[in-house]
Design a protein around this ligand. Structure first.
Ligand code: NAD
Ligand code: UFG
Length: 334
């Protein structure tokens, strides 16, 4: 089975490429390298022994994308490509709407032309909006209280995919709503390496540990949580990648939606302590004001994925910290 990964040199795409190749899938990647590096292919090759065919193409360039599809027949597409910085999306909404929605529409049109009818889409827990402190199921309300354009693009793309499936009964789409991906491949050869300034907790912790950022700002310790800091459902990126393999094996008619999370919530202070324990170093931090739009506690009910995809997370926060530190060591050596 041949699968095209858009955004496949990115953080989640590269880990998914590894898991797919390890299970015998034929993987090709298309990415414009806006937020990833070509050297990711070296990491994938070193881990799997296979270097995926790579197209340096912007999905906004429909003619070039069409050429990619004209070269090989894909059985399915995993659509990871997109911009994901929440703060930047507030400052540059049009860039986010244009890139995330434009790429998806181009992709759907080109897929239709080339009769590729299976897609897995990278959605996000952000579609659940401002629901706080409740275990989110796939049936929880979506689209209400989304505080930023990035989140809106995910919600809108979900709608576009549902409408596409209604119009074309041959189209099969699985929407995966990721919670908070963390960690790296156990080899330390691939991990999270954003080109831009990160605003997610884990990449910031990484930069504080290497001294690139002096102090971690903990955004508020007055939330209604046991230690007062915000809690999230952090999922190891390799577990997340495995979820894609299970999802592709279970594709069926119409639209399927799954939460990919652990079902557990961990606080910012617990994340700091876990990193310190794994690294043996203390992490400088200070408590600052809450970040606007943040919620106290966001976590998944992953039961549906467990039951239907036979998928469950196996790796822990401690594993994620160990693998992140291992990745940092490899990275520093380069
Ligand atoms: P990433 O930035 O590491 O990877 C995305 C890739 O898409 C990058 O390599 C980037 O260069 C590429 N890309 C962006 N625009 C493109 C375009 N126009 N044409 C071609 N390539 C383009 O991000 P990630 O963390 O791997 O996320 C993958 C997907 O999962 C994204 O859609 C993201 O929104 C979604 N997601 C991520 C998280 C998270 O916290 N990492 C959470 C929920 C959902
Ligand atoms: N945090 C800090 N300091 C930082 C960064 C984050 O204290 O420097 C805290 C936040 O307040 C929050 C937690 O760490 O409590 C996690 O924050 P992230 O920015 O890493 O993640 P979010 O849960 O806010 O958002 C992420 C993605 C969204 C996605 C959402 C899904 O950025 O795209 O997860 O749940 F939609």
């Amino acid at each position: 089975m041949k699968i095209l990964l858009t955004g496949g040199t990115g953080y989640i795409g590269s880990h998914t490429a590894v898991e797919l190749i390890n299970r015998g899938y034929d993987v090709e990647i298309v990415d414009n390298l806006f937020n990833s590096k070509i050297t990711v292919l070296d990491g994938i090759e070193e881990i799997t022994g296979v270097r995926p065919k790579f197209y340096h193409v912007d999905l906004l360039d429909k003619n070039k994308l069409d050429e990619v599809f004209a070269n090989s027949h894909y059985d399915a597409v995993m659509h990871f490509a997109g911009l994901k910085a929440v703060g930047e999306s507030v400052e540059k909404p049009l860039l986010y709407y244009y890139n995330n929605i434009g790429t998806t529409i181009n992709l759907l049109e080109v897929m239709k032309k080339h009769k590729v009818n299976k897609m897995i889409f990278s959605s996000s827990a952000t579609v659940y909006g401002d629901q706080d402190g409740v275990k989110l199921t796939e049936d929880s309300q979506t689209g209400v209280g989304i505080t930023n354009p990035y989140g809106q693009t995910k919600y809108m793309i979900e709608q576009i995919l549902k409408d596409t499936a209604t119009a074309n009964p041959d189209f099969e789409v699985t929407i995966l709503r990721y919670f908070n991906p963390v960690g790296a491949h156990a080899s330390g050869l691939i991990g999270e390496d954003p080109n831009d300034i990160p605003n997610n907790l884990m990449p910031i912790i990484m930069k504080v540990s290497t001294g690139e950022i002096p102090t971690l700002s903990v955004y508020g310790n007055d939330y209604n949580t046991p230690d007062g800091t915000g809690m999230r459902d952090y999922i190891h990126v390799v577990d997340l990648a495995c979820g894609h393999v299970m999802a592709i094996e279970k594709m069926g008619p119409g639209v399927q939606i799954y939460n990919l999370g652990t079902g557990e919530a961990t606080s910012v202070m617990e994340m700091i302590r876990a990193f310190e324990k794994a690294s043996g170093k203390s992490l400088p931090y200070k408590i600052t004001a809450r970040r606007p739009g943040d919620l106290a506690k966001v976590f998944a009910d992953p039961t549906k994925a467990e039951m239907e995809l036979k998928w469950k997370t196996k790796l822990t926060i401690a594993d994620a910290m160990r693998d992140t530190i291992n990745y940092l060591k490899h990275y520093e050596k380069k």
